[in-house]
Design a protein around this ligand. Structure first.
Ligand code: F6P
Length: 547
């Protein structure tokens, strides 16, 4: 295993030598030269299909990338993660989101504690509680069943459950409406509470630390809103909490019987599989939540055991790394061609950017190459009519991940054919582009005169050669979604290993939190304004003048 600077590794040097040639390749040529390219560069795992043939790589590129992964110790580090070694070295913690989806008969001890038994004990409680709410046997304080669930959380305590509830809306319980409040902006909770009846509303306060300012403020506001029309002893029927911090939950006044714990070895952005997934289990039922976990577990097994050359998360990561390091791609666009995955890009943003948005290695040395690209995106086909212009003809190279289901969960077959046609057409267009000669031929056929043709040629030319991956599922089932999310989790892990960064801390979010606490007390008059820079002073003064 090498902890040497990335650029000084043997495999990186070999890649750097290979890169100038590869940078000149045209994917059109690569496809023309190898009729088997699609067969060679696609694979199936855990019910997902990945086509990575529309990338600027050949067999040799992949060989060198796999060598780099080996030289960086990927196989050993993967095993270290799965077996509970404390690979989060700045917080001294194991990283065991994979244990959250391990079957009941698995076993794994961390610090002498059987984590699988702990996981399943909590899952059993999640099942009991969610069955009761869904069946209507859990009643609000006036004797009515719950109709609305409000999850109060932010970051990993919001994005995962929200994304999954939306993605699996086809499986949702008809009586339960799910709401998500995350922003400290009072407009968020205000909009969400507008039409709710406190007597039939259940609040989930979700926070790994139970100290996050936004969540605590929203939870206090929800409590006060509820108590406007209900007595204190009704709280136990309407407030539950999910956290690793049982002391803080108790101090907030939530009944210990209504606490769903998880553990410090679950990172916030990897926590949807824990009791943080309570909204999911409420919405779709424990059986489908278990399918979601099982899909992830199947991907875990594939990731843990498949050779790197045939390992879906590793290949996705290695190609992403290649695009970042050697093709200069500073961002990656995620394009789900599935409306129900519309929060998936936002979910991946936290997963990837909070994990690998790092500038020092695990040993505190400055990294010697760029690290995590910007992750962004939105649903196809909407993006096509907004920002795809830049992807096709702008000046930066932006690789795209297309994600689609082969079969819809609706009856409008013509819509689905149109959707898939657009997805596949875009990946073809990004790969092929359109040459000046093709543009000339087109325009000439339309009867334009030669001068007009030449005037338009530069505008209508597409460079193409833009890398993309296409991930297909048959249906967007809970199992398929679990596998998809785990695929990206492991992709993030692999890239973290290549860059030798700690993918499991997030110190970069702290500075703003500290400064916000200080400015908040200045704004509310509890503290004398401190001397900031003139911009910050000016903004604070304007806000105070507006009160
Ligand atoms: O501030 C960042 C962060 O710590 C994320 O990593 C986390 O997902 C989010 O805040 C919410 O944290 P918590 O679940 O502890 O409220």
């Amino acid at each position: 295993m090498s902890h040497a600077a990335l650029t000084s590794t043997t495999a990186f040097k070999a890649l750097a030598q290979h890169a100038p040639d590869a940078q000149r390749w045209s994917m059109r040529d690569l496809f023309a030269e190898d009729p088997q390219r699609f067969e060679r560069m696609s694979l199936e795992a855990a019910g997902l299909f990945l086509d990575y043939s529309k990338n600027r790589v050949d067999g040799r590129t992949l060989e060198l990338l796999v060598s780099l992964a080996r030289e960086r110790g990927l196989e050993q580090q993967r095993e270290a993660m799965f077996t509970g070694a404390k690979i989060n070295n700045t917080e001294g913690r194991a990283v065991l989101h994979t244990a959250l989806r391990a079957p009941r008969d698995a076993s794994l001890a961390v610090d002498g504690q059987d984590v699988i038994a702990d996981v399943h004990a909590v899952l059993d409680r999640v099942r009991g509680f969610t069955d009761a709410v869904r069946s209507g046997s859990w009643l609000g304080h006036t004797g009515k069943p719950i109709t609305d669930v409000v999850n109060i959380g932010i970051g990993g305590s919001d994005l995962g459950p929200k994304m999954v509830c939306l993605a699996l809306r086809q499986y949702a319980h008809p009586r339960l409406r799910m709401h998500f409040v995350s922003n400290v902006d009072g407009h968020d909770i205000d909009a969400n509470l507008q039409d709710l009846d406190p007597a039939t509303t259940l609040f989930i306060v979700a926070s790994k630390t139970f100290t996050t300012a936004e969540t605590m403020m929203n939870a206090q506001t929800a409590r006060a809103w509820f108590l406007r029309s209900a007595p204190e002893d009704a709280l136990a029927r309407h407030f539950v909490a999910v956290s690793t911090n049982t002391e803080a939950i108790r101090a907030f006044g939530i009944d210990p019987a209504n606490m769903f714990p998880f553990w410090d070895w679950v990172g916030g952005r990897y926590s949807v599989w824990s009791a943080i997934g309570l909204p999911v289990a409420l919405a779709v039922g424990f059986g489908y939540f278990a399918d979601f976990l099982a899909g992830a577990h199947e991907m875990d097994q594939h990731f843990r055991s498949a050779p790197l050359e045939e390992n879906m998360p590793a290949l996705l990561a290695l190609i992403g790394f290649w695009n970042r390091q050697f093709l200069g791609a500073g961002s990656v666009s995620i394009a789900p061609y599935h409306q129900d995955l519309n929060r998936f890009p936002a979910y991946l943003q936290q997963l990837d950017m909070e994990s690998n948005g790092k500038r020092v290695t695990r040993d505190g040395q400055p990294v010697d190459t760029p690290t995590c690209p910007v992750i962004w995106g939105d649903c196809g086909t909407n993006g096509q009519h907004a920002y795809f212009q830049l992807l096709h003809q702008g000046t930066d190279l932006t690789p795209i991940d297309f994600i689609a289901a082969l079969r819809p969960a609706h009856e409008y077959e013509n819509h689905h054919a149109a959707l898939l046609a657009n997805c596949f057409a875009q990946s073809e267009a990004f790969m092929k582009g359109k040459t000046p000669d093709e543009v000339r031929a087109d325009l000439a056929q339309q009867g334009l005169d030669a001068a007009e043709v030449e005037r338009l040629v530069p505008h209508k030319t597409f460079p193409g050669n833009i890398p993309s991956n296409t991930i297909l599922v048959e249906y967007l089932t809970p199992h398929a979604l679990g596998a998809l999310v785990a695929l990206y989790e492991h992709r993030t892990f692999v890239q973290g290993v290549l860059w030798n960064v700690n993918s499991f801390d997030q110190w970069g979010v702290e500075l703003g939190k500290v400064l916000a606490r200080k400015i908040e007390s200045e704004l509310t008059g509890q503290a004398q304004p401190d001397l900031h820079d003139s911009s910050t002073n000016g903004l604070i003064a304007r806000a105070k003048a507006a009160v």
